[in-house]
Write a protein that binds this ligand. Structure first.
Ligand code: GUN
Length: 291
């Protein structure tokens, strides 16, 4: 029987651990604070930020949400980030991506104080990760590492195929998995839209991490019966009945679940871990700044 991995259950375990850390910080007079910034009308981005704020509330992190009109200038956004950098009650800053076209994403990421960069996207944190001294790890790949550890799959010695090379998931995933530690020690192949013979590579993998942003790119015929499949995709596609839309992953669940050893569903797989690791980074950032 293929195991369907319950991301919510693992995320709840992590949140329970974090609640204890938040209480310890409270004993020292510190309340971790997370500022989220949304500069978009996109309803999916709005939903994600709301979920992040709600999760903060659940475990005692003080959330502050900032919404900017999508027409706002880059200078204004950068000024807002500067103010948050200077605010000692704010330990973590997250600017929800994507930002509008007139704003340069990389410029914005570089304005965030690296000690408050709870996404782990600042070049200083990317560099620290690549050189084997990670500080704040990107949330989705770190969440996937925890998920693989908590389900007993593990990564040491495993052949892992990462499909996708984004700065948010694919590249940090590859870098985390080759780290010399218990959540790493894997042999990693990174595939992307220009990869030849993708099916051959995924079929030979112990673990496939699908993060290409392409609806149902990976199907059961591309997997072996021993493969553990981690589906990072959250794609909106037109609903089969023509009414509205539905969410599908980068994996065609119906055929993959017939074939693979274990699989994460969409929703309810990786998503809850991303949020749990954002809380983890906020608590860690608060500890680093207050010590
Ligand atoms: N947009 C999609 N995923 C993410 C993420 O992990 N962090 C931020 N800041 N924006 C995103």
């Amino acid at each position: 029987m293929t195991e369907i991995i319950d991301g919510n259950e693992i995320a709840d375990r992590i949140k329970t651990e974090l609640e204890v850390c938040v209480e310890t910080l409270a004993d020292h007079g510190v309340t971790p604070g997370l500022a989220t910034v949304l500069m978009s009308d996109d309803s999916a981005s709005e939903t994600y930020v709301n979920m992040k704020q709600r999760a903060c509330e659940e475990i005692g992190i003080e959330g502050r949400h900032h919404e900017l009109d999508p027409e706002t200038s880059s200078d204004t956004l950068e000024g807002r980030i500067e103010a948050l950098n200077e605010n000692p009650a704010v330990h973590g800053i997250l600017v929800q991506m994507p930002v509008p076209d007139h704003v340069d994403e990389q410029t914005i990421l570089e304005r965030i104080d690296p000690m408050k960069d709870v996404d782990g996207f600042h070049p200083e944190n990317v560099g620290k990760l690549v050189t084997g001294d990670p500080r704040l790890k990107p949330c989705t790949p770190h969440g996937i590492q925890r998920l693989l550890a908590e389900t007993g799959v593990g990564t040491t010695g495993k052949d892992v195929v990462v499909v996708g090379r984004s700065n948010i998931v694919g590249k940090p995933m590859m870098n985390l998995l080759v780290q010399k530690d218990d959540l790493g020690n894997a042999t990693v192949t990174t595939c992307h839209s220009r990869t030849d013979n993708l099916a051959e590579k995924t079929r030979n993998a112990d673990i496939v991490i699908a993060a290409a942003g392409v609806p149902e790119l990976i199907d059961g015929s591309m997997l072996s019966e021993d493969t553990v499949v981690i589906d990072v995709g959250v794609n909106r596609v037109d609903a089969a009945d023509g009414e509205g839309y539905e969410l599908v992953g980068d994996v065609e669940f119906e055929s993959a679940v017939e074939q693979a050893n274990a699989i994460t569903p969409v929703p309810g797989g990786v998503g809850p871990l991303t949020i749990a690791m954002l809380l983890y980074n906020t608590v860690k950032a608060a500890s680093l700044q207050e010590n």
